[in-house]
Ligand binder design. Structure first.
Ligand SMILES: Cc1cc2nc3c(=O)[nH]c(=O)nc-3n(C[C@H](O)[C@H](O)[C@H](O)COP(=O)(O)O)c2cc1C
Length: 369
């Protein structure tokens, strides 16, 4: 399945070392302002070229909006975005054919698709494929902005270093000015050190991120199988490398008594509101008008320079591989941008499903500004 969403539908395509990756986005109403700059800004956020260990490929994104936009306004027709793979280097991958990289998807793809899958650069399972999600997420973010919904994430753990407590959504947005989006300056220095160490040792590290959606109206999400938590969890786990997730105060809630865990309900600006929001903005799978927040953890990048044990599938004999191609020492920063994007796509779908924005008629002048 390469299509996601019910009303705001995104289909992605492409393999890491094929000609291109891309997305077709259906369900965007006519009249939304959408420029190449909107897409470029999000694609640039996943580059991190200033830290080469995080993006050895560092490909300046060369993309085109093929359809659905006329004079910087959406037409209400499918928007196709293609991102060319100009600098793919497949030379090293010949020696990896039929020798699956431990931790990567090679083995699973071989078992499912036989010899037909493209193993170069991880093929369809590559992190490169998430560039298409980021492009589609840029469109979803524009749709959400019509309702004042904003999405931003940050790194909460990298290589075993965790941030200290205490920050606001404004801090999260501002920390994107730093070398890595980390609110805690001291933790950031130690994280960068772990990245350097892992790169020197030819190894990789994992970590965790937190994504916030602020300005989310109440009433998004449906029982039983259209719950916001369920849909965002499914979306999050579609990003390669995700290993765990925690909603709101998450595991800490599991250690509390109910009296401590429950968010008191208060009146704020004449409306019911949560005094504390440990729930992460969702009760019963439905948003309550408080910010959504959740954490997601990623495993270390599977490709490492150290020798790893595998099997030569053509002979069914043990083999050792030592990866010599390009790899991201950690996938966490880039994957965070993909996670923001897939969150935006999921929420845009729910906004359309709830009828807050209609896909079947142009935006009204007040909406389309
Ligand atoms: C943005 C991003 C970049 C990634 N870069 C690499 C990489 O350079 N090398 C690698 O081996 N895996 C990389 N991965 C991870 C693999 O794609 C992933 O581990 C693999 O598809 C197996 O999927 P799984 O970990 O979900 O089981 C990346 C993932 C993401 C999201």
């Amino acid at each position: 399945m390469n299509t996601f969403g019910r009303e705001f539908r995104v289909t992605t395509f492409g393999e890491s070392h094929g000609r291109a990756v891309g997305a077709v986005i259906d369900g965007v109403p006519a009249g939304l302002e959408l420029t190449e700059e909107d897409i470029r800004r999000e694609l640039n956020r996943r580059m991190f070229c200033h830290i080469p260990a995080l993006n050895p490929r560092c490909e300046p994104e060369d993309f085109e909006i093929l359809s659905g936009v006329k004079e910087q306004r959406t037409q209400g027709t499918p928007i196709a975005i293609v991102i060319w793979n100009r600098r793919a280097d497949s030379s090293y991958y010949n020696e990896l054919w039929m020798k699956p990289r431990p931790g990567h998807a090679d083995l699973a793809y071989y078992l499912k698709y036989g010899k037909f899958y493209d193993h170069r650069g991880g093929g369809r399972a590559s992190g490169r494929a998430t560039a298409a999600i980021v492009a589609a997420g840029a469109v979803a973010k524009k749709v959400l902005a019509l309702l004042g919904i904003e999405i931003a994430g940050h790194i909460v753990e990298l290589g075993g270093v965790e941030i200290g407590a205490g920050y606001t959504f404004e801090d999260v947005k501002r920390c994107w000015d730093k070398p890595l989006p980390v609110v805690d300056g001291a933790a950031l220095e130690r994280m960068l050190e772990r990245v350097r160490q892992a790169a020197e040792e030819g190894d990789s590290i994992g970590g965790g991120v937190e994504v916030w959606a602020a300005g989310v109206p109440p009433g998004l999400g449906e029982p039983h199988f259209g719950k916001i938590k369920g849909d965002i969890a499914a979306a999050a786990f579609s990003i390669p490398g995700v290993v765990a997730m925690e909603w709101g105060a998450g595991r800490a809630l599991a250690r509390m008594r109910g009296s401590e865990a429950n968010d008191p309900i208060v009146v704020r600006d004449g409306r019911p509101a949560l005094a504390t929001n440990k729930a992460g903005g969702v009760l019963g799978g439905i948003t309550v008008g408080e910010p959504i927040y959740f954490r997601v953890w990623f495993k270390p990048t599977p490709s490492v320079r150290k020798p790893q044990q595998t099997v030569d599938l053509s002979r069914m004999e043990p083999a050792v591989i030592q990866f010599r191609g390009r790899y991201d020492v950690t996938i966490v920063p880039k994957a965070l941008v993909a996670l923001e994007a897939i969150t935006a796509i999921t929420l845009a779908d729910h906004v359309l499903r709830a009828g807050l924005i209609r896909r079947d008629r142009p935006l009204r002048p007040a909406e389309s500004r």
